[in-house]
Ligand binder design. Structure first.
Ligand code: SAM
Length: 375
């Protein structure tokens, strides 16, 4: 069987994403397209090993007593909401060929790394159209790029970045464009305490402390529950200045809140547009997406691009995974799920081809400033 030109393109792109060397890529493509591999190479026999995602290499530090204990506690005592912090870190760790986050595997822990790696391997074996974790990778890269552009647009030497529900985010250590920014990581007490312990262990390990060079101007960890009324006050006590230009990042957080809690958080941020240049970077699930996981998700918005202006943001730009600015070459298959969704009007809730709910994740950038604020 020899495939069509489109199939060929699809596999070739996939091989590129997996970063196979050219000769391996050609041979991989050939086997996938049904050519005899012996005709392509006189060096190796059998199915090549390069159909696999790179093997999982766990750093020694994960097996130190302290780190083992921390991750055992996380598994035993944390609820799914808190554990989601480690799952997203695992995504960054396993997509390391596109996201440079050398602390991610330590922060994720063996369990989440192994389980995501297993899923990825299955996806590769089954030749899935989307590889597990790709949404996390795209979201991270999208936020990194919009964050850099927003800070650049402020054209100011003293800016702030607030990561609400920061979890195991390590941007303060990995993004050098934060050098003029004060970074605030806000999360629940257990999460920030475990993060501190893990980073302390890294600090004491010979091969790790190099990754802990601070790239941000400053970093403050703020223990707060954003469902409560006092989180802004706690932020200010930690040095946040409402009048300074600020980027707010809500990455993988809003949908864990109830509708009223999420609206309250968004209103507090929107309110800052009246004081200073303000940018919000956030992902929103649509209604269908919140039905995916046994009621762990609550808040949704099918139209965040309408919701945010009504709260006081003057500019809102919405991207869908797979859009030109939310692609990063990570979804080469033209028939992947995201492209199928993007080609449908957003008002459609059920896919006409298979009757499945249209689960969408919107990446949204909203901004406002005192001169442009909508009262
Ligand atoms: C899916 S993780 C995302 C973490 C991080 N933003 C990232 O993308 O890697 C969700 C995070 O939100 C935090 N979170 C959820 N609800 C919160 C709340 N009410 N107050 C503070 N943090 C919260 C969780 O503890 C967790 O760390």
């Amino acid at each position: 069987m020899v495939g069509t030109e489109e199939t060929e393109k699809r596999y070739l792109l996939k091989a590129e994403v997996l970063d196979f060397p050219y000769s391996k890529r050609t041979r991989w493509l050939a086997t996938r397209m049904g050519y005899e591999i012996s005709a392509m190479s006189d060096q190796e026999n059998g199915l090549p090993e390069f159909q696999k995602w790179p093997e999982l290499k766990l750093p020694d530090l994960l097996f130190s007593d302290t780190v083992r204990q921390v991750h055992a506690t996380i598994e035993k005592e944390w609820d799914p909401l808190q554990r989601s912090a480690c799952q997203t870190a695992a995504g960054r760790a396993l997509w390391k060929h596109v996201i440079h986050d050398p602390l991610a595997d330590l922060l994720a822990g063996e369990t989440y790394l192994t389980s995501l790696h297993e899923k990825i391997k299955r996806d590769c074996t089954n030749d899935a159209r989307e590889i597990s974790g790709v949404i996390l990778a795209v979201r991270t890269l999208w936020i990194d790029s919009k964050l850099e552009a927003a800070l650049h647009s402020f054209n100011a030497a003293d800016t702030q970045v607030v990561l609400l529900g920061a979890g195991m985010d390590a941007r303060a250590y990995r993004l050098s464009f934060l050098k003029e920014s004060h970074v605030f990581e806000v999360d629940l007490p257990e999460v920030l305490q475990m993060k501190n312990t893990l980073l302390q262990a890294a600090m004491e390990a010979t091969n790790y402390h190099q990754h802990l060079t601070m790239k941000a101007k400053s970093l403050s960890r703020v223990v707060a529950d954003i469902r409560c009324n006092d989180w802004l006050e706690k932020l200010q006590i930690s040095g946040f200045v409402p009048e300074k230009n600020t980027v707010w990042v809500l990455e993988g957080v809003l949908y864990y809140l109830s509708h009223s809690q999420a609206m309250q958080v968004l209103k507090i941020i929107a309110d800052k547009c009246k004081l200073t240049q303000t940018v919000l970077l956030a992902d929103f699930m649509n209604k269908a997406s919140t039905t995916l996981s046994n009621s762990i998700f609550h808040f949704y918005s099918d139209w965040p691009d309408h919701l945010l202006p009504s709260l006081g943001f003057s500019h809102v730009k919405l991207s869908q995974i797979g859009d030109p600015d939310a692609h990063f070459g990570l979804m080469p298959d033209p028939l992947n799920l995201f492209n199928k969704l993007r080609s449908l009007p957003r008002s459609i809730q059920t896919h006409p081809d298979d009757g499945k709910p249209c689960c969408r994740l919107y990446l949204v950038q909203a901004s406002g400033s005192p001169t442009k604020a909508i009262s």
